[in-house]
Design a protein around this ligand. Structure first.
Ligand SMILES: NC(=O)c1ccc[n+]([C@@H]2O[C@H](COP(=O)([O-])OP(=O)(O)OC[C@H]3O[C@@H](n4cnc5c(N)ncnc54)[C@H](OP(=O)(O)O)[C@@H]3O)[C@@H](O)[C@H]2O)c1
Length: 385
């Protein structure tokens, strides 16, 4: 049985607890042994019952920190991780559903034999050095890192990437729209809405980060692109990603309220671009394109009829161009944000680890010279993922 330690008990973490309890995996292949937030930890090496987990999730949803809950104790995240990693948990998995810089906490856990599941982009979407550090530590300790929910939430994007590579295909590029927020905005503008009105509706519907400039700056998309690129062999930091920000220079340093009040200053320029694209039979999309050597993130014109042009609402879409999918790309699309699909993506990774216990973390991907007409394999550097 695998022991699950949940790092983070926010919207995604609580939904994950609910999904695990509803699908009766507690007491099956999984036991949830710890829940950690910034206030403290609830810890039971034997695993909590379904009822206890549901009660904890409800308490947390009502604003009670884990440390102050009926079964919790106050502790810093570092103390909580020290506590759970010093216990002799059975086949442990740490599940990072925070949005924090958790690299040090994860390193402690991996060095003590934990596999890792991430919804949090920061540990693998920041510096190459941090990415390499986590990967080499996992390899050294024979551990796995899974990160499906970091890109496209529950969509099988990274799973597909691995399947293609494992079957000897070579991924030349991945192109897509990995931001539900930006997809929504461009869809609304296409239907005639001014940017500022569409932005206001996106904020009201909860599609954006609390400060919508986090979405509009392209940084979130850049991190997702960096993660995908690294998984096909790209090496480099965020400063190698060319990112186009939609936030006008004069609005970058304002408070959120002031920014929203003045966001109409961006309307005319964006309207001109939307109309210009329409005149050329195209639509605007905020697109990421990654290869093994380049990453670009920004607004582009997509001719009507191409897969990206058909995107609607907050859906994401990813198109793989590979040695075997060249004439027609392999396309994955659907809801790419939201608590329930994100938690489901995390849950899928946990279950995959539970089912994959016997596979060594450092299994080599095929490095044999390719036969004629077979694409050369992707580098083996991603092998813990
Ligand atoms: N929501 C989505 O649609 C979506 C989609 C894809 C990926 N994600 C990613 O999923 C992650 C979680 O999202 P969310 O919406 O659940 O966030 P959230 O509601 O803000 O929850 C974050 C949780 O992490 C905890 N936390 C923060 N720093 C911590 C630390 N250093 N140590 C331990 N716990 C810490 C917080 O503790 P407190 O409760 O004590 O503050 C909180 O419980 C994020 O990385 C997000 O980018 C979300």
């Amino acid at each position: 049985m695998r022991s699950v330690v949940l790092l983070g008990a926010g919207a995604v973490g609580r939904e994950l607890l609910t999904q695990i309890c509803q699908t009766r995996q507690v007491g099956g292949p999984l036991k949830v042994c710890a829940i950690i937030d910034r206030s403290g930890v609830a810890f039971s090496p034997k695993g909590f019952s379904r009822r206890t987990l549901i009660n904890l999730a409800a308490e947390k949803a009502n604003g009670v920190g884990v440390g102050l809950s009926a079964i919790g104790r106050l502790a810093s995240p570092e103390e909580s991780i020290a506590l759970v990693t010093s216990a002799d948990l059975e086949a442990p998995i740490i599940v990072d559903v925070t949005a924090a810089d958790t690299a040090t906490l994860l390193r402690t856990a991996i060095a003590r034999g934990f596999d890792t599941v991430l919804a949090n982009k920061l540990p693998i979407g920041s510096s190459q050095r941090a990415f390499d550090g986590l990967q080499s530590l996992a390899r050294k300790h024979g551990r796995r890192i899974r990160c499906e929910a970091t890109v496209g939430a529950g969509l099988p994007v990274i799973d597909t990437l691995h399947k293609l590579v494992d079957a000897g295909d070579r991924i030349d590029s991945i192109e897509g729209c990995p931001s539900g927020t930006l997809g929504y905005l461009f869809g609304e503008m296409e239907r005639g809405s001014p940017f500022s009105d569409a932005l206001r509706r996106a904020v009201d519907a909860g599609y954006t980060e609390p400060d919508p400039r986090v979405d509009l700056s392209g940084l979130d998309v850049a991190r997702k692109a960096l993660i995908l690129a690294r998984l096909i062999g790209f090496r480099g930091d965020l400063d190698r990603v060319s990112v186009e920000s939609l936030v006008p220079v004069q609005l970058r340093d304002l408070s959120v309220a002031e920014f929203l009040a003045r966001s109409r200053e961006a309307d005319d320029a964006l309207r001109a671009r939307v109309n210009g694209a329409a005149d050329r039979g195209a639509v605007l999309r905020y697109r990421a394109r990654v290869t093994t050597t380049t990453i670009s993130v920004g607004v582009c014109e997509v001719p009507r009829g191409e897969p990206l042009a058909s995107l609607s609402g907050t859906d994401n879409q990813f198109a793989f161009e590979t040695a075997r999918y060249r004439e027609r790309k392999l396309v994955i699309g659907g809801p790419g944000a939201g608590v329930s699909v994100t938690a489901a993506g995390v849950y899928g990774d946990i279950l995959a680890l539970a089912a994959d216990r016997s596979t060594p973390a450092h299994r080599p991907r095929s490095n044999r010279p390719s036969r004629r007409r077979e694409p050369p394999a992707q580098p083996a550097s991603m092998s813990v993922f």
